[in-house]
Design a protein around this ligand. Structure first.
Ligand SMILES: Nc1ncnc2c1ncn2[C@@H]1O[C@H](COP(=O)(O)OP(=O)(O)OP(=O)(O)O)[C@@H](O)[C@H]1O
Ligand SMILES: [Mg+2]
Length: 276
């Protein structure tokens, strides 16, 4: 088992999962625009003899690896669900039926019911939107800095809330809900917006779009739980808060799993181990 690595070559990040000498799962991340780093890692870890592989950049990675090692490919959605089931099990959840929302570069949404699972939809709004908009609007390009700044920001001067519209009257829905993401910008024309505020607002836009869609699929499929995964959630307390609160408001149960960015890599690893 220790001679296997699971690799998920995603649009932005390539995730590795492997088992160390203490039988503990370990993880590694490389940017998907430099597959030589992955090749170097495999060459440096001489005990690695087999590779479980998944993700949309599989072919691109293979063309750089040019390896003779034994490789087992698994379709991304299969790998992701396999990994999620492993993480659920590890954390003691016994959920049979759930929506699984994978917030990667883009967002892919799945419905799982026991052994059956199907991709139900998705949106181009995802982690790439968070980093892309942050970069264009504030010049902040590093993911860690985006996360830090969002925690210091405030949406009040940028987002238009229901209570801002229904002033002095009773609103038909809860006042603190967003009526229009970025909708206050052209109403309060002279307001200055700090990069912290802009990034906090971008996080909310991304989180709310994804949650709205996930909730609709949960309602349609009659599921109580929504499991949110993907590296966009890693150390991203602000996004988890936006998503978690909105999901609960809509009477669904949000679940955030530790190491959820590695679901695909774990699935690819387990698949290869099973086949060996
Ligand atoms: N160290 C990091 N560098 C860059 N982005 C990061 C980092 N950590 C987390 N992210 C966030 O995670 C997102 C990528 O998530 P993930 O790795 O799940 O997607 P992916 O597998 O590369 O893409 P896809 O599944 O859509 O092909 C980025 O867009 C960014 O928002
Ligand atoms: Mg992915």
């Amino acid at each position: 088992m220790r001679n296997v690595v699971g690799i998920d070559a995603g649009g932005t990040l390539t995730k590795l999962a492997y088992i160390d000498e203490h039988d503990k799962l370990q993880f590694k991340i490389f940017p998907s625009n430099n597959f030589l780093l992955v090749k170097n890692w495999i060459e440096q870890n001489l005990h690695i003899e087999e590779i479980g592989l998944t993700g949309g950049r599989t072919e691109q990675l293979l063309s750089v690896l040019k390896t003779m090692k034994s490789i087992q490919y698994i379709v991304e959605f299969e790998a992701t669900i396999k990994g999620v089931k492993h993480l659920l099990n590890n954390e003691g959840h016994s959920i049979q039926k759930s929506i699984i929302t994978n917030i990667g570069t883009g967002t892919s949404i799945h419905f799982m019911d026991g052994d059956h699972h199907v991709r139900v939809g998705g949106t181009g709004v995802g982690g790439g939107t968070l980093t892309g908009l942050s970069s264009i609007m504030t010049g902040v390009t590093e993911y860690d800095e985006i996360i830090e700044k969002s925690l210091l920001g405030n949406r009040e001067s940028i987002d238009l809330f229901v209570k801002d519209i229904f002033q002095g009257m009773e609103a038909p829905i809860e006042g603190h809900l967003t009526a229009s993401n970025f909708g206050k910008v052209n109403i309060l024309k002279d307001a200055e917006h700090s990069s912290n505020d802009l990034i906090a607002t971008i996080q909310a836009l991304v989180g709310e779009v994804i949650t709205t869609l996930s909730i609709q699929f949960a309602e349609h499929n009659n599921t109580e739980h929504i499991i949110y995964i993907g590296s966009t959630l890693s150390d991203n307390e602000h996004l988890k808060k936006v998503i978690g609160n909105y999901t609960k408001l809509k009477k669904r149960q949000p679940i955030f799993l530790e190491n959820c960015g590695f679901s695909g890599a774990i699935g690819a690893l387990l698949n290869k181990i099973e086949q060996s």
